[in-house]
Design a protein around this ligand. Structure first.
Ligand SMILES: [Zn+2]
Length: 157
């Protein structure tokens, strides 16, 4: 286990830290370029962050399922100061809460869009970015096939 000072002194971008075996499984899927979320065996509800029980029905039976990787921007912020020296060349960059089509939300970096151009519900798609340290991280970029409908009001169905 690295100390905070050791992590801050490294030249590589830090890899995700797992705090439990469910986190480890999530990142192990990412290492295979698969974004997977847990899904309840009783009621089929998707969930993220990884946890042992379903918040919808209380079942402890679940499975991993691969996400379609498509979603929309639910919220975002723009980092103007690096939180680690290895990110100094990246600023400014956007970090967003992405709502995936499965209904779960996750935090991820955005790329391929200027921070000033980001709007609510902008449609994005997953890709994996390899860090200098070799970890594969889920990133999101503008979805090429469907822009234009992203900022339209929802049809009232
Ligand atoms: Zn359930």
């Amino acid at each position: 286990m690295s100390t905070f000072q050791e992590i801050m002194a490294q030249k590589e971008k830090p890899a995700p830290l797992s705090s439990n075996n469910l986190d480890e499984q999530f990142w192990a899927h990412c290492a295979q370029e698969r974004l997977c979320f847990q899904r309840c065996n009783s009621c089929d509800t998707w969930r993220h962050l990884p946890r042992h029980m379903c918040a919808a029905c209380g079942s402890a039976q679940w499975r991993w399922e691969k996400s379609c990787g498509k979603g929309a921007i639910h919220s975002w912020t723009v980092a103007h100061l690096p939180t680690h020296p290895a990110f100094a060349g990246d600023v400014p960059y956007a970090v967003a809460i992405i709502e995936l089509q499965e209904g779960v939300r996750m935090v991820a970096r955005l790329s391929g869009i200027k921070p000033a151009d980001i709007v609510l519900d902008y449609e994005v798609e997953l890709y994996f970015e390899k860090t200098t340290g070799g970890a594969l991280l889920p990133f999101f970029r503008p979805r090429t096939e469907a822009q234009g409908s992203a900022v339209s009001p929802q049809s009232g169905s």
